[in-house]
Design a protein around this ligand. Structure first.
Ligand code: SAM
Length: 217
């Protein structure tokens, strides 16, 4: 998602109390930001933040961080938070490549990737958020039993993502190629903006939930 540059978005972000401006300073001590000890879930590439904020309202016992690369998109999420403030949500404007500079080893419990950019050219494969390069970064910041949940309507990206699991040391606990007909997985499903758009256009939604392969595997 890349919205037209919104004049003043950088300034609005710089002044927002919902945005963490110096995220590296909090590495290993995100509990201090929320003022409590709670599970930490991160969404990477959250767009306008609909999914994250709906989830956070449903789960006040969990702390959520939304990461977004572009100011113009993040601004929309900030505006939503101003209308309906949630104490368990913070945002960071950054590129996910810097994740390990911002989160300590084993600091997070779950990572969500929703409708990540496909980067279709082979030479850009390592920029894809479910690539093995990113899985290695996620492994460093997640607890050993931490999980990643990925949804997309892009079948080529999903097939690529499944192929990355074993070489990177992960295994799938759940895989579906048509989430919206899976009653069990749909029970707790929170729709993202892209999911709403693509599923109403008739596209099946793929999803996996993955965990690291343990030493016993
Ligand atoms: N997750 C939302 C949804 O499902 O509606 C938005 C999906 S949109 C296609 C992908 C979003 O990920 C965009 O807003 C984009 O700016 C962001 N993004 C892509 N690569 C990123 C990266 N490396 N770090 C942070 N955000 C990224």
């Amino acid at each position: 998602m890349r919205l037209k540059n919104v004049p003043g978005s950088r300034e609005a972000i710089a002044q927002s109390r919902f945005v963490i401006h110096d995220p590296q300073e909090h590495k290993g001590k995100w509990e201090e930001v929320f003022g409590r000890s709670a599970p930490l879930h991160i969404e990477i590439g959250m767009g306008k933040g609909r999914f994250l904020m709906e989830l956070a309202a449903l789960h006040p016992e969990i702390d959520y961080i939304g990461i977004e690369k572009y100011s113009s998109v993040l601004l929309r999420a900030i505006q939503k938070m101003e209308e309906n403030e949630l104490p368990n949500v913070r945002f960071i404007r950054m590129d996910a490549e810097e994740l390990t500079e911002v989160f300590g080893t084993g600091e997070a419990d779950r990572i969500y990737l929703n409708f990540s950019d496909p980067w279709p050219k082979d030479r850009h494969a390592k920029r894809r958020l479910p690539s093995r390069q990113f899985l290695d970064r996620y492994a460093r910041i997640l607890k050993p039993e931490g999980t990643i949940e990925f949804k997309t309507d892009n079948r080529a990206l999903f097939d690529f993502a499944l192929g990355e699991l074993e070489p990177a040391g992960w295994h799938a606990e759940e895989v579906t190629f048509d989430l919206h007909v899976d009653e069990r997985l749909m029970q707790e499903n929170v729709m993202t903006e892209y999911e709403e758009r693509f599923s109403s256009a008739g596209n099946p939604i793929c999803k996996y939930i993955i965990r690291r392969i343990g030493p016993e595997a």
